[in-house]
Design a binder for this molecule. Structure first.
Ligand code: ATP
Ligand code: MG
Length: 135
């Protein structure tokens, strides 16, 4: 059930791996399947990699919002970088200002149950959740 927040700083490439391992461990602790652990770990890697690529540094926060009916892991990744110029475009497959595939954000959105981005100059906050009915 609900636990304290877990905070992982995203200050360099190695923190992407740390965030990935931390979210996988937390997803396992909550009771998500191995496939779902991989889903949420992949989602965290992609969004954390964007923090490093486009904003330099940020923080990833995990919250267990599970209840008696559902497993619910909420992830927030935020940075104080330049912001996303056009969030609608950024959610489109193939849109990249960094010479990437432009698959990170739309791919992440497809992996999770809830997904939201708010972005302006000085604050980008990506929030997503994986939610599953308890068996
Ligand atoms: N934290 C962020 N701060 C500023 N801009 C961002 C941030 N995250 C994403 N963006 C912008 O949104 C675009 C799309 O991001 P997305 O992760 O989908 O693709 P990508 O990073 O360009 O390529 P890929 O993830 O496929 O390697 C980026 O090219 C960048 O312009
Ligand atoms: Mg990306």
């Amino acid at each position: 059930m609900s636990s304290d927040l877990i905070r992982v700083p995203i200050n360099g490439i190695s923190d992407i791996i740390c965030a990935r391992l931390t979210v996988r461990r937390e997803a396992a602790r909550i009771g998500f399947s191995t496939a779902d652990q991989t889903r949420v770990a992949t989602a965290v890697s992609e969004v954390a990699r964007n923090v490093i690529n486009y904003a330099t540094e940020g923080v990833c926060t995990l919250r267990d919002d599970s209840n008696s009916d559902e497993l619910h892991l909420q992830v927030t990744i935020e940075d104080h970088g330049p912001g996303i110029d056009n969030v609608v475009e950024a959610m489109r497959d193939g849109y990249s200002t960094g010479g990437g595939l432009g698959a990170g954000l739309p791919g992440t959105c497809r992996l999770v149950s809830l997904f939201n981005i708010e972005s302006r100059q000085g604050l980008t906050r990506v929030t997503f959740s994986l939610i599953r009915k308890r068996a």
